[in-house]
Write a protein that binds this ligand. Structure first.
Ligand SMILES: [Mn+2]
Length: 240
C-alpha cells in the first residue's frame, strides 16, 4: 500500500522538492503526495515545478494565498499590486513570459490551480494552509472543504471563506501552550480528533502539538531555508 506524504510550502523550489522526495523514497506510482499550499512564488523554477506536480497521478494540495494570486493571474489576468511588489509575483510572471507559455496553456494551469480546495478532510487528517480561525468549529471547516474556492482572490482579505488560508491564531496558541502558557487564555484546540497539517508560517523546524493535534510544516523554503516532506502517519520527515 502507498504512503501518505505531505510537503510544506514549496514556493517554486522544484529541485529542493525532488531532493526531499528522493530522500523520502517517494514512489509516484504508489504514494500520495499532499501539500499544505503555497506551491507558487519566490523560488527559481516555477514552470518545472508546476509541470512536475501536474504530472503526478495522486497529488492532493490545498490552496495557499500565493496559489490564489497565481490562479487569478493565469485565469483572469489579474495582477495584484501587493503580489507583484512584496510577494514574489513579478518573478513568477516573468518566468511565465520568459518561457513563452501560451494563453491557452496559462488557462490550463490556472484551471488546475482553481481545482485546489480551501481545506481537505481525509481519513484522520485535516489539511489547511494557514490554520483554524478563532471561533471556527470543525463543522465550519468541514463545510469549507466542500466549497469551490472563489475567483478574484485579490479581494481575499474581505472574504471570510479565505481566512483559513491566512490565519495564524491556531498556530500561535499551540506554540504558546507548548511554551507553558495557561491554556485558559488561548484559542482552544479544534473540536475534532483529526490531525491538522498547516503551512504558511515559516519556522526553523516542523512544529508539533499533541494538545492542538497540529503539525506545522513550512520550514521556509521560500525564504532561503528548508523544504520539508513528512510521512503523515509516522511523522518521520526529510528535508532539502
Ligand atoms: Mn502562505
Amino acid at each position: 500500500m502507498g504512503r501518505h506524504l505531505i510537503a510544506g510550502d514549496i514556493h517554486c523550489h522544484y529541485s529542493l522538492l525532488r531532493e526531499a522526495l528522493d530522500k523520502a523514497g517517494f514512489d509516484p506510482k504508489a504514494d500520495t503526495l499532499y501539500c499544505v499550499g503555497d506551491i507558487a512564488d519566490r523560488g527559481p523554477e516555477p514552470i518545472a515545478m508546476i509541470y512536475y506536480l501536474m504530472s503526478l497521478q495522486d497529488f492532493r494540495p490545498v490552496l495557499g494565498n500565493h496559489d490564489v494570486w497565481l490562479r487569478d493571474y493565469l485565469v483572469s489576468d489579474i495582477l495584484s499590486g501587493s503580489w507583484l511588489s512584496d510577494n514574489g509575483g513579478s518573478g513568477t510572471v516573468n518566468a511565465f513570459m520568459k518561457a513563452g507559455v501560451s494563453r491557452e496553456e496559462r488557462m490550463r494551469i490556472g484551471e488546475w490551480l482553481a481545482s485546489f480546495p480551501y481545506v481537505r478532510i481525509e481519513d484522520d487528517y485535516l489539511i489547511v494552509h494557514g490554520g483554524i480561525p478563532k471561533g471556527w468549529s470543525f463543522e465550519e471547516m468541514r463545510l469549507l472543504a466542500g466549497l469551490k474556492p472563489r475567483p478574484m482572490g485579490y479581494a481575499i482579505a474581505e472574504d471570510p471563506q479565505s481566512s483559513p488560508l491566512w490565519n495564524r491564531s491556531y498556530l500561535q496558541s499551540a506554540m504558546a501552550f507548548e511554551h507553558g502558557a495557561d491554556s485558559a487564555f488561548l484559542q482552544p484546540p479544534l473540536d475534532s480528533d483529526r490531525h491538522i497539517f498547516i503551512g504558511h508560517t515559516p519556522l526553523s523546524s516542523p512544529f508539533f502539538s499533541d494538545l492542538y493535534h497540529l503539525t506545522a510544516l513550512d520550514t521556509g523554503a521560500g525564504h532561503g531555508r528548508k523544504l520539508t516532506v513528512m510521512d503523515m502517519d509516522s511523522r518521520e520527515y526529510w528535508q532539502a
